[in-house]
Design a protein around this ligand. Structure first.
Ligand SMILES: Nc1nc2c(ncn2[C@@H]2O[C@H](COP(=O)(O)OP(=O)(O)OP(=O)(O)O)[C@@H](O)[C@H]2O)c(=O)[nH]1
Length: 510
């Protein structure tokens, strides 16, 4: 079975490629969702400096405020309980740590100034805590409380400024994050509403086009393989690109053997160069026609060296920027054999009367078209009956074959010789004037008389000649009757002579 040219793996590849944009869109959507998530995570993560700073500030305030350093410090002074001292120290350390972190992270002059004020106040408190520990029990509580008083109004203001700055930064970061998320949502919506339908539509178009292409490829492949004639798809230099199964069987090749072979290798060597010239000139422009001329038969060469008679039609076309030809090749060997049987005389192998009728009709048309004279020689063998009677019918047959060969030998390339019947032959001579036709007839008669045939009888020729002139044309019937009449006149006049009758029925004798 011949290969189906609709390549399924190529189709699958095209489908896969057309699905790529869809995968891309899905991937993009996932990326967008991921981006939104990471923005949201970042907004609450401690790795975000705004969050970290707000966190440290809250820690600082907690360490200082209620149940923080000031609270424990006051309780220690009032109650003298060492546990409060320890807790005050712990809170102080935590406040200092938060302060240190903030000093590391914050860079604006306003923030640094605030941090310095808080730090100074904290240091004063630290000194006062040491003072309280050292004087605990030495002074009364009221006096001690008076001693350890630290003005923290400035530090409180600094904390307010710090809180405001950090919060405003966190708010603007949040606003920025919200903006980014919003833009991602917009993009996603854009992808969803515009790109996805567009991609789906374009994918559908691609798939539809591919399906159409695959259907027409399938149809063409079916036609290619179902054709009763050989089909060869050929490159400009003659390389065969594709061939159907009939091509393999006509030329006797195995499938795949023709691909890559030069097409002229399928043409008989004697007409190969003519074929190459024809192909070169033919492929110059886009056209299609039958490759034939009136005289040349096209013979193909089979792989085993035998020849086949072919009829070839070629179409040339520029496909994908390259000059390509499609050759449709018919094996007409059998047809020609039958045609020859039907058109040839079985004994002499020259044309028979039926073929002559066709040739005469063709030449009369040409006479009308080209306006050249057409002459007809009707040749009758004299005394053939005697030969037949003395030597027998078989020898008579042989003599007829010899005479046919003699006549064939004495005709021009474009003349048509046929056996009219019995011992009569006709010779149709295109483009031959009355005068030349009579000369030609006389030449044949004389040469026939001088040939040494293998029989010992006085066999001669009587030839009736008629010429059909374009100025005064005769129908086929009248034309034949004129030649026939001329033969009878030659016979009546004593045989072995030529008589011509022209369109005006004038008789000329040689
Ligand atoms: N051997 C053979 N003889 C044939 C064939 N066809 C016709 N003839 C013979 O050809 C002869 C033709 O007859 P005629 O033309 O009257 O004989 P002829 O002797 O040539 O007479 P003229 O033409 O007047 O000279 C007959 O004897 C036929 O039998 C054939 O196919 N083979």
């Amino acid at each position: 079975m011949h290969k189906d040219y609709s390549d399924k793996s190529a189709l699958l590849t095209i489908y896969a490629i057309s699905a790529v944009p869809l995968f891309l869109v899905v991937y993009l959507l996932f990326t967008q969702i991921n981006d939104v998530n990471s923005i949201k995570m970042e907004a609450v993560s401690l790795s975000n400096p705004n969050i970290a700073n707000a966190n440290e500030l809250a820690k600082l305030e907690r360490s200082l405020g209620y149940v923080g350093f000031i609270h424990h410090f006051k309780n220690y002074v009032i109650r003298g309980d060492i546990n409060y001292y320890a807790q005050a120290q712990k809170s102080f350390a935590s406040a200092e740590q938060a302060l240190l972190k903030l000093q590391e992270n914050l860079t604006s002059a306003d923030d640094i100034k605030s941090l310095n004020i808080i730090q100074e106040t904290l240091e004063k408190y630290s000194d006062m805590l040491t003072y309280a520990r050292d004087n605990m029990g030495l002074e009364n509580v009221r006096a001690l409380d008076q001693q350890i008083k630290v003005s923290d109004l400035e530090a409180e203001q600094a904390l307010i400024v710090l809180r405001k700055n950090i919060q405003s930064r966190a708010t603007s970061y949040q606003a920025d994050a919200d903006k980014r998320i919003e833009s991602i949502y917009h993009n996603t919506l854009y992808i969803g509403l515009v790109i996805i339908p567009f991609l789906l539509f374009s994918t559908w178009l691609i798939v539809r086009a591919v399906k159409k292409l695959s259907t027409s490829t399938s149809e063409l492949t079916t036609i290619f393989n179902a054709s009763p004639d050989a089909i060869l798809y050929v490159e400009q230099d003659g390389t065969i690109l594709k061939a159907n199964s009939v091509a393999y069987s006509i030329f006797g090749y195995q499938s795949t053997e023709l691909k890559g072979l030069k097409v002229e290798m399928l043409i008989a060597p004697e007409i190969r160069s003519k074929h190459i010239k024809y192909r070169d000139s033919f492929s110059e422009k886009e056209q299609s026609r039958e490759m034939a001329d009136r005289t040349t038969q096209i013979f193909g060469l089979k792989k085993d060296g035998t020849k086949v008679e072919l009829k070839i039609a070629i179409a040339s076309k520029v496909i994908d920027g390259k000059k390509r030809s499609v050759c449709v090749v018919k094996d007409i060997t059998q047809h020609k054999k039958l045609e020859r049987k039907a058109y040839n005389d079985h004994l002499t192998a020259i044309s028979n009367r039926r073929h002559f009728d066709t040739l005469l009709a063709q030449e009369l048309k040409r006479l009308d078209r080209e306006r050249n004279p057409l002459s007809l020689l009707m040749i009758d063998i004299d005394n053939f009956k005697t030969l037949n009677d003395h030597l027998g019918h078989t020898a008579g047959d042989e003599a007829l074959v010899n005479i046919a060969q003699f006549l064939q030998h004495h005709t021009r390339e474009y003349d048509h010789l046929a056996r009219w019947g019995g011992d009569e032959f006709v010779l149709l001579c295109p483009n031959l004037s009355a005068e030349d036709a009579l000369k030609q007839a006389e030449r044949i008669r004389q040469q026939f008389a001088s040939v040494n045939f293998p029989w010992d009888f006085d066999i001669t020729l009587s030839i009736g000649v008629a010429t059909n002139s374009p100025d005064n044309p005769m129908s086929d019937k009248v034309f034949l009757e004129a030649a026939d009449k001329a033969v009878y006149m030659a016979k009546d006049a004593g045989k072995n002579q030529c008589i011509h009758i022209n369109s005006e029925s004038k008789v000329e004798v040689t």
